[in-house]
Design a protein around this ligand. Structure first.
Ligand code: ADP
Ligand code: MG
Length: 288
């Protein structure tokens, strides 16, 4: 039988867009010592706006950089894709079609556009392939940058900015008051991750992480005796969500994330995440 208190709290939760799929996950609340947050769409609003477009190829104008990128991003659902597509709309650019589209897990997208192989990728991808960042390249601490590669040559880059949610600072503070650590885990670049983590007063951050590295980080924390809750929204997050003591799928992200998580939160508001954990703690403390 489901204890009354839990039945009551679960019903209460459903109204707030909360689905507790795995009751033991919720019971784990009382042990949680660390909360690992994804960034985009959870601690930030998740709405990217293009702030800069740079062409590094004499034959391509800035509009061509957007045009080629938009061709690929039509096939992606990443918030970066939405931002680039919006820019194309603003500039009244019609994107050509893309063939052989492929997502490069945690690093970007690639496809054939007008007979050329085009990639839109993270700084981490450039590093991995030993492609030098262009001379004079500068981004500020709050910008997410994606590089555009055309037929193996760096052709340009696009900077995008997102905003921290108004609720995030309060949520992190509440965790701190309850002696729970907070860690930022993101595929985005180090500068942005560091800036968000610092602004919010989080305990640490890890940037440029690929899905298996997210999983490894959760395991590492657990091996150090931490009990870990983690939020995530993408396919990329599924292995780590399954490994966490509480996996919380947030937002209207992928079904795969929702299937592997013990808890699903329809909103990706970090305040809801924190309240849920503190509520679970209080609930199960009383039941002992
Ligand atoms: P997160 O941990 O923020 O969910 P992702 O794994 O979704 O990170 O993405 C990591 C990085 O890969 C992004 O910051 C970006 O540089 C790159 N990337 C992912 N998807 C796309 C896309 N559709 N277009 C361009 N870049 C992308
Ligand atoms: Mg994500």
């Amino acid at each position: 039988a489901v204890p009354l208190l839990v039945a009551k709290s679960t019903a209460l939760s459903a109204k707030n867009g909360l689905l507790i799929k795995d009751r033991t996950a919720f019971e784990n609340s009382r042990k949680i010592t660390t909360v690992v947050f994804d960034k985009t769409g959870t601690l930030t609003i998740g709405k990217f706006e293009v702030s800069k477009v740079v062409s590094l190829n004499k034959e391509l104008k800035e509009n061509d950089i957007i045009r080629l990128s938009a061709a690929l991003e039509q096939k992606s659902e990443h918030p970066i894709a939405t931002g680039i597509l919006q820019k194309a709309v603003d500039l009244k650019i019609t994107a050509p079609s893309a063939e052989n589209f492929k997502a490069i897990t945690g690093q970007g997208v690639e496809a054939m556009v007008e007979g050329k192989k085009v990639l839109v990728v993270s700084p981490g991808y450039l590093k991995e392939k030993h492609i030098d960042v262009p001379e004079g390249f500068k981004s500020n601490d709050t910008e997410t940058v994606v590089f555009v590669i055309v037929d193996k040559a760096l052709a340009g880059y696009i900077a995008l900015s997102d905003e921290i949610r108004p609720e995030s600072a309060g949520a992190i503070k509440k965790l701190k008051e309850n002696k729970i650590k907070s860690i930022l885990l993101t595929g985005d670049n180090t500068k942005v991750a560091g800036s968000v983590s610092k602004t919010l007063g989080m305990d640490s951050f890890l940037a440029g992480v690929l899905p298996d590295q997210k999983l490894a980080k959760i395991k590492e924390l657990q091996s150090k005796g931490e009990f870990v809750a983690m939020t995530g929204d993408g396919i990329n997050d599924a292995p780590a969500l399954a490994q966490a003591d509480i996996g919380i799928a947030v937002g209207s992200g992928s079904d795969i994330a929702a299937n592997t998580a013990g808890i699903v939160l329809v909103n990706s508001n970090p305040d809801d995440v924190v309240n849920l954990i503190l509520f679970g703690k209080a609930t199960y403390r009383k039941m002992v």
